[in-house]
Write a protein of this length. Structure first.
Length: 287
């Protein structure tokens, strides 16, 4: 496959089992994620999706900010950039403009992307630059001791919301779609095989692709909110946390109230930013 990923018209085809360690920096292991954390599941789905695209490792760049999810690129053998809190998308924007043939993937968390990095998130979607933003959404700041984030559900406990959060939450997918992203999807750490296919589509899409990934943080969110185990948190995602796009299509607007839809939610075609920038540069140079 060329260095630039093709459009998502290329169907997903699962490849035969492969050696995950061929994509990993073995010297960086063991990882720092807590027992029961869903981030490792998400990373595995991501590697399977990347493997299915056939894109060479040297033609992929992974960028992250600060947080548990942002440790992902440190373990993976791609071009990687570990940046400042909330600034991963800004760094990724510069990288993509400098090296437009790279497939740029940002791994970020709900706090990193939507709180301190919220403005960068909105304008990246607006520009429709060809990159992928993966939001590992575990409803809390995991690395910095469990503060509430923009996705912490109302009435749930965090270190900065000891009697329950009173703030309305962001819906990552609604925000991304409204801001202009041309591919918007949601997956979960529980539905890992489905997530793999969604990530494949996101990587193959030409334009801004945002995937909200519902994940589990048993150390802070789970402990504060009286979950008995990490598996119970995963079971909640499976039983009443999400519904599929196919299920949603059969439901009324009233029945959809309060539900999180899983799968590809929005897909459109629009001029890609880097290509438009090249045209602008040519015009400025009189070509």
């Amino acid at each position: 496959m060329s260095t630039q990923a093709a459009t998502a018209s290329v169907p997903y085809k699962e490849k035969k089992p492969f050696d995950y360690t061929s994509y990993m920096r073995k010297g960086k292991l063991p990882h720092i994620w807590c027992p029961g954390c869903g981030h490792g599941i998400v990373m595995k789905s991501l590697l399977r999706a990347i493997h299915a695209t056939g894109i060479d490792q040297d033609n992929i760049a992974m960028v992250s900010g600060i947080g548990c999810s942002s440790r992902t690129p440190g373990y993976l053998d791609f071009n990687t950039l570990h940046t400042l809190h909330g600034r991963a998308i800004a760094y990724a924007t510069g990288l993509k403009l400098a090296k437009p043939k790279l497939k740029v993937i940002v791994t970020t968390g709900d706090g990193d992307a939507l709180a301190i990095g919220g403005n960068h998130f909105i304008h990246a979607c607006r520009r429709n630059m060809d990159m992928v933003i993966l939001v590992y959404n575990n409803y809390i700041y995991g690395m910095t001791s469990g503060q509430s984030s923009p996705t912490t559900p109302q009435n749930m406990i965090a270190t900065t919301a000891r009697y329950g959060s009173i703030e309305p939450t962001f819906d990552t997918c609604d925000l991304a779609k409204a801001a202009g992203a041309t591919f918007v999807a949601r997956g979960t750490a529980y539905h890992c095989q489905e997530l793999e296919k969604t990530l494949y589509e996101a990587i193959m899409h030409k334009g801004m692709a945002v995937v909200d990934i519902l994940d589990s943080c048993p150390t802070y969110y789970g402990r504060f909110n009286k979950f008995k185990s990490a598996s119970e948190m995963m079971e909640k995602i499976e039983k009443d946390g999400t519904i599929s796009v196919a299920q949603a299509a059969k439901m009324t607007p009233e029945q959809l109230q309060g539900k999180l839809v899983r799968g590809v939610i929005h897909k459109a075609e629009r001029a890609e930013y880097c290509e438009e920038y090249e045209k602008l540069m040519a015009k400025a140079q009189g070509k």
